[in-house]
Design a binder for this molecule. Structure first.
Ligand SMILES: Cc1cc2nc3c(=O)[nH]c(=O)nc-3n(C[C@H](O)[C@H](O)[C@H](O)COP(=O)(O)OP(=O)(O)OC[C@H]3O[C@@H](n4cnc5c(N)ncnc54)[C@H](O)[C@@H]3O)c2cc1C
Length: 390
């Protein structure tokens, strides 16, 4: 039996941050992953360049059963803290858009940095083996890995959520948490493409067409690009709204968020011979303009159309209603929303309040960020908070 101060299950973003933080505080840490290499999701993140944080990180940009839960960890380990780490390793970076920070080179640099920090902090890696048995007795957690038992007074669940199972993602953290009496907020795919049904086949035929839109679901709204796919809707705006969307409810899309009010009536005064189709295709991709007008069922020179009809078109374009048939599910979801309930975790340390020594961090927890580096920032911040407490 090997003895450690902490056993961390999951060598992803949160697990590695937790391990290096605890290790650098002198803790003897075992970091376990069933994958043969650490940080596989980091490697494919941000199109291979890892959008490692967002400088606009704020608790309001996270979904959770308890919107206050993430505040403490996010405040104590900020995007600037992670950036300082990145810079200390000489990794070049840039801001792409909306506060999103990416590596200039490759996501491999972020994984190499975390592994290097773990090694410097004396963290022991156990890769390529699943933890087969977890037991708890006399204030110690015993984990069997490849037939060999290790024990520690602290066990950290950092195995993420079930999104993208082909990368080794599992619902392991939920099963383990349940075993120790923690509750789970129903996990669901988030940051995931939305599907449209047969009745919207017209839009599915627009596969590849993009538009800069504002999308709304209840009080959530995002102003970003949307992309039509052969199954429905994707692109940053749609991925963002998917995290909020609930089944059998509509989403509203403003196809012309920059258009002045009464823009079509103004055009009619200025260019009466312009057709409605031309007016629209001057602002939207032609195929999209055609599809929208086919649905609206109106065309002709602006002069021939009453102001009332034009205002109706303006309204329809500003509040286009889609009733999604579903999402592309965990196979395509960038993250999992829901997870280990925050109700039984300390927001300071991530430790289960009724299960001393048991911690949960990262995506496994019911805290889900917006698209754009927010999820890694939560992984770093929650990993750091637990690493300080171990
Ligand atoms: C395609 C894609 C792109 C993304 N891009 C970004 C981005 O640019 N910016 C951003 O902020 N977020 C991005 N994300 C989300 C981000 O990757 C996750 O939120 C983040 O990795 C969560 O960190 P984590 O450590 O909690 O979990 P993970 O990084 O998923 O790590 C969990 C680890 O646990 C291991 N594991 C799972 N089950 C077991 C088990 N039973 N036994 C042992 N080990 C196990 C896994 O192998 C994995 O190494 C992206 C996600 C995807 C899928």
């Amino acid at each position: 039996m090997s003895d450690f101060d902490a056993i961390i299950l999951g060598a992803g973003a949160a697990g590695m941050m937790c391990a290096m933080t605890a290790g650098s505080r002198g803790r003897r840490v075992l970091l376990v992953d069933h994958a043969d290499a650490p940080g596989k999701k980091i490697l494919i993140s941000g199109g291979g360049r890892c959008n490692f944080t967002n400088i606009h990180t704020a608790p309001e940009r996270y979904l959770s059963g308890n919107p206050h839960f993430a505040k403490s960890a996010l405040r104590r380990y900020s995007p600037q803290d992670f950036l300082a780490l990145v810079e200390s390793h000489g990794i070049a970076w840039h801001e792409k858009t909306l506060g999103q920070l990416f590596c200039d080179g490759s996501a491999r640099q972020i994984v190499a940095m975390l592994v290097d920090e773990c090694e410097r902090a004396g963290v022991r890696f156990a890769l390529g083996h699943a933890a087969t048995a977890i037991e708890q007795a006399d204030g110690r957690y015993r984990v069997t890995i490849d037939g060999k038992a290790s024990a520690a007074p602290a066990l950290v669940l950092a195995t993420g959520g079930p999104s993208i199972p082909k990368l080794g993602a599992t619902g392991f953290a939920y099963d383990a948490a349940r075993r120790f009496g923690l509750s789970i907020v129903q996990p669901r795919p988030a940051l995931v493409p939305i599907t449209l049904g047969e009745d919207e086949a017209l839009f599915r035929s627009l596969s590849g067409v993009a538009a800069d839109v504002e999308v709304r679901w209840e009080r959530a709204r995002f102003r970003e690009a949307a992309l039509f796919t052969h199954r429905g809707l994707s692109g940053p705006a749609m991925l963002q709204i998917s995290s909020y969307w609930q089944h059998r409810t509509p989403i509203d899309v403003d196809f012309l968020p920059d258009a002045a009010s009464d823009w079509l009536v103004t055009q009619k005064r200025e260019k009466p011979r312009l057709t409605l189709r031309r007016a629209l295709s001057a602002r939207l991709a032609e195929r999209l303009a055609d599809a929208l007008l086919d649905r609206i069922g109106l065309d002709g020179e602006l002069a021939s159309l009453p102001d009332k009809a034009l205002r109706q078109v303006e309204n329809q374009l500003a509040r286009w209603r889609f009733l999604p048939s579903g999402t592309e599910g965990f196979a395509k979801a960038e993250v999992t929303a829901g997870g280990i309930s925050t109700a039984e975790l300390s927001s300071q340390t991530m430790m289960a309040t009724r299960m001393p020594g048991l911690y949960a961090i990262g995506e496994a927890v019911d805290v889900t960020g917006w698209l754009g580096g927010y999820n890694f920032q939560w992984a770093w911040a929650s990993g750091w908070a637990a690493g300080q407490a171990l």
